[in-house]
Design a protein around this ligand. Structure first.
Ligand code: FE2
Length: 310
């Protein structure tokens, strides 16, 4: 799995740092966080467009020195309803990263740099952002347990097809414009409880897009200095415009989202053994907690040595 786990000790240090000497790259509105965090998408302001590390040339240098398996690239002109997981399977197998970077705009290039936090030069800045996020999510959703970041660079007209991720996200637009369409993660017409259970259990493919979803989409226009919060597993689709676009996705999980994930996974098991309608996740914190504890007990029974070692 991409990304890094955050221990209790690391979290305590990040929280202290975020509360005491935040560099203020992200501007959270406490009322907006209180009312919308992890329930509804919302815009926030940031200053990363003023940070030299996120200019194009330093990012291209990062792409060149980063491990090859962490830099996904392709031509950007694919259909908006293409399969998300297949969208990085390049049909143009002759395309090299170096060639794409050298001719980025004429080739309508699209690059995703996975985990810039694993780069020695980028790590301090990404950790500083993580500390800021921690300070503002802590009162509402204490203890980030895992995070992973991604830099997206697209020349023009790139589409990230409809999909949902198994975490929360702050998508920070740094250069150029982007349109993000989001759908409610709690709307059963968009994703049924069974589909969400299977998504979190990694069973089958992700819940698919249907044309009738279009009228239920929320549209957000992103420009440099604006970011967009994605609640846990909220479906989304992203379009860039006719100019070069750079954005940083800051994805993370918390103890609460881990509990929800485990409860969904237990529901998926119950469905597999024939229970038709287990209580949907999110309706009762007590039931979700009990399901998460049951799943972990089952996993310990199945892999006692593995769990004893941790
Ligand atoms: Fe996504």
């Amino acid at each position: 799995m991409l990304g890094e786990f955050v221990s209790a000790e690391q979290y305590a240090r990040l929280l202290q740092r975020g509360q005491q000497d935040s560099e203020g790259w992200l501007q959270f509105d406490p009322a907006q966080m209180q009312n919308h965090y992890n329930r509804h998408p919302f815009l926030l302001q940031h200053r990363l467009n003023q940070h030299p590390m996120f200019d194009i040339e330093p990012l291209f240098e990062l792409a060149r020195r980063h491990p090859a398996n962490k830099v996904l690239f392709r031509r950007g002109d694919i259909a908006p309803d293409a399969d998300f997981d297949a969208s990085f399977v390049r049909t143009d197998t002759e395309l090299t990263l170096d060639h794409l970077l050298t001719h980025f705009e004429p080739l309508h290039g699209y690059i995703c740099i996975n985990n810039p936090e694993q780069d020695a030069i980028y790590r301090p800045q990404i950790e500083s952002l993580l500390a800021e996020i921690t300070a503002h999510t802590h009162p509402l959703d204490p203890h980030i347990t895992w995070y992973s970041t991604y830099v997206f660079i697209s020349a023009q007209g790139a589409v990230t097809p409809y999909h949902m991720d198994r975490e929360m996200n702050f998508l920070l637009q740094i250069r150029g414009e982007k349109t993000a369409d989001l759908w409610s993660q709690t709307d059963p017409l968009i994703m049924s409880p069974a589909q969400k259970d299977r998504l979190l259990a990694y069973e089958g493919t992700r819940p698919p897009y249907k044309p009738e979803f279009e009228q239920r989409a929320l549209h957000f226009s992103l420009r440099p200095g604006l970011g967009l919060h994605h609640p846990f597993i909220a479906p989304h689709r992203v379009w860039t415009h006719s100019n070069l676009s750079v954005s940083l996705a800051f994805t993370f999980r918390t103890r609460q989202s881990d509990r929800h994930t485990a409860a969904h996974q237990l529901n998926a098991r119950l469905r597999r053994i024939g229970l038709q309608n287990p209580k949907p996740v999110g309706e009762s914190a007590w039931v979700d907690g009990a399901k998460a504890a049951s799943l972990h007990a089952l996993q310990r029974l199945r892999h006692p040595l593995q769990h004893a070692e941790h």
